[in-house]
Write a protein of this length. Structure first.
Length: 244
């Protein structure tokens, strides 16, 4: 069998698998009989479908260009898709059927996080952030997250006190009021469950703002409760790296 024909049958197999998956996911509701109706309805319910809605519609049109239907389970291949399109469809199929969890893919897990205690010297924390390219440092105490240190923490402190002394005696505990997550003036943070998908967090982080504040980091715990053990974190940069 020619490679192009293999491509066509691979594409149709992926299309049929997705169509069946959507049918089951919608409990075979007769209101959503067509491929396009299923895509639209699942896009209302599922962030991964929303992410791929337009291209899934395009794949539906491509399917109709590839085959000529003669009735139930009877068709003829009349065009050949490019291998890249087949592989893209198969990748998206895997993603919508089993959405990748952010904690398992793009998140920085807790064991790899740079965290600091209230006793940490501020200048040492800043040196590490500069050297490693970190923008946000969770401040921890006995396994509990107390706040976040960032560049804005320092800016706010200087604006309100009029001075800054980074000698060894100046520690994060001296910035305690500015470390609290609600104290950050231009950035805010959220907590999410470890079950959040990459698409879920993409919707949270991209174009998300509250007035003058922008969502910069999503911290992951077991159920999204801030009182639970910190499992990892996701920033816009993590999303960008994951997409690349």
């Amino acid at each position: 069998m020619r490679e192009e024909t293999n491509n066509a049958y691979r594409f149709i197999r992926a299309y049929n698998e997705l169509d069946h998956f959507m049918d089951v996911k919608l409990n075979r509701d007769s209101r959503y009989n067509s491929y396009y109706q299923r895509i639209i309805e699942l896009s209302k319910r599922d962030s991964t479908f929303r992410k791929h809605k337009l291209i899934l519609h395009s794949f539906g049109e491509l399917r109709n260009a590839i085959v000529h239907d003669f009735g139930r389970d009877n068709m003829e291949i009349i065009a050949e898709p490019h291998l890249k399109q087949v592989e893209l469809f198969e990748r998206i199929l895997r993603e919508v059927m089993d959405p990748p969890k952010a904690l398992d893919t793009i998140a920085v897990r807790f064991k790899n996080l740079y965290t600091a205690s209230l006793e940490a010297p501020v200048h040492e924390v800043m040196k590490t952030m500069t050297r490693e390219g970190f923008s946000y440092v969770p401040v921890m105490e006995e396994g509990k997250m107390l706040g976040v240190f960032s560049d804005e923490t320092i800016f706010q402190y200087v604006r309100q006190t009029g001075h800054l002394d980074l000698r060894d005696g100046f520690r994060l505990k001296d910035l305690a009021p500015y470390l609290k997550m609600e104290a950050h003036e231009k950035e805010y943070f959220q907590f999410a469950s470890r079950r959040e998908s990459v698409a879920d967090l993409e919707e949270r982080l991209v174009n998300s703002s509250k007035g003058k504040k922008r969502l910069e980091v999503v911290f992951l715990t077991e159920t999204g409760n801030p009182e639970e053990k910190l499992l990892g974190m996701v920033t816009l940069w993590d999303l960008a790296k994951g997409a690349y």
